[in-house]
Ligand binder design. Structure first.
Ligand code: TXA
Ligand code: MG
Length: 327
């Protein structure tokens, strides 16, 4: 019989975490969006262990994280012009650019695609970790595939304890939604995934950009954005969505409510309730969103009734996550 897996270590020492990454270990680390499950992007064995730990299908490529713009040339052959403008404005930050890859990047990282997703995160611990390790770090969100993304150390441990080597503690993530993914592999930029950088902010810099639609008929590598499956970010409880201004009442005492804004009269009828923000502050809603979903799920309600968000700014990315979680 195999021995039971060792419990995952919680680290607070960045040098220790960097040394482990260099040795091929899997180390989860904080970014301003969500926790990432890091591995040396140049080490195919370490990258393979990421797919195994997450139970992630090999058609879904990983984002490579680097410390600063000087490090980009190791992973990407060029930064085409609109990308340079975006990089100047939004890096470090919650943005991933898909760029032509170099031959140094193993096929497994990009799932064999010609483009590699690259991100320079802003979180001070992530930046110091990347600078100390001095290697590009492949990191998907640090959760089992298809589940709710982690915004605290506890969330990472809940999903991956025993299957990864360590977690570097950086407290809760401040943005709370994954990075916005923009591909520069076509004639014009295309948004592959809505996220922590809003479309409005992007369009101020490069003008109108289309958002790739996922094709529900092709839940595989044929997607422009292979990870954008129609069911994703999903808790175990079924989710029912309600419109922004609709009146919401429970149909059983076991129904839970995920809402935001000033309390409505009928909210009191819910015994299990999470209010993401007491106002319509979408940044606050985003920061609390995944933790809110998880805490409702832990009550094991019959159903989670969720109020949609206004369809602008971070509200669009939040609605995208709700739609996929409810699918
Ligand atoms: O905020 C984030 O982006 C976090 C932190 C850790 O950086 N990472 C993250 O990774 O959310 P992940 O693997 O959970 O989601 C990455 C998304 C997937 O939908 C994937 O398909 C897409 O980015 N992606 C990555 N590389 C790509 C590539 N080369 N071409 C097209 N899509 C890519
Ligand atoms: Mg993910």
């Amino acid at each position: 019989m195999l021995p039971p897996p060792l419990p995952t270590r919680i680290l607070d020492n960045i040098e220790d975490a960097a040394a482990r990454l260099k040795q091929g270990e899997l180390v989860a680390f904080p970014t301003e969006t969500v926790y990432g499950l890091g591995a040396n992007a140049l080490d195919p064995l370490a990258v393979a262990r990421v797919f195994e730990a997450k139970q992630r299908p090999s058609f879904d490529p990983l984002i490579v994280h680097v410390a600063d713009l000087q490090c980009i040339s190791e992973v990407a052959r060029e930064l085409p012009d609109p990308g340079q403008k975006l990089a100047d404005k939004f890096w470090p930050g919650p943005m991933t650019l898909v760029l032509p890859r170099t031959h140094k990047i193993p096929d497994l990282v990009t799932s064999g695609l010609p483009g590699v997703g690259v991100r320079i995160p802003q979180h001070p611990i992530a930046r110091k970790l990347l600078a100390t390790a001095a290697i590009p770090v492949a990191a998907p969100s640090a959760n089992p595939f298809g589940g709710v993304s982690p915004t605290t150390v506890q969330h990472v441990a809940d999903g991956l304890n025993g299957s990864i080597d360590a977690i570097l503690d950086g407290g809760p993530c401040t943005i709370g939604l994954e990075s916005t993914v923009i591909s520069l592999m076509y004639d014009d930029p295309v948004v592959l995934r809505l996220g922590g950088l809003s479309i409005e902010e992007i369009e101020q810099v490069i003008g109108p950009v289309p958002i790739a639609q996922s094709n529900p008929e092709r839940e595989d590598a044929a997607q422009a954005a292979p990870g954008m499956l129609s069911r994703h970010y999903a808790p175990k409880t079924p989710i029912v969505l309600h419109e922004v201004h609709s009146q919401i009442e429970p149909s059983s005492a076991q129904d839970a409510l995920l809402t935001w804004g000033a309390p409505a009269e009928d909210d009191e009828q819910f015994e299990i309730l999470v209010r993401l923000s007491g106002t319509d502050d979408l940044a606050e809603c985003a920061a609390n969103f995944f933790a809110g979903l998880r805490s409702l799920d832990a009550h094991d309600p019959r159903v989670i009734i969720a109020r949609r968000f206004p369809d602008h700014g971070l509200g669009r990315a939040l609605n995208d996550r709700l739609n996929r979680a409810a699918n």
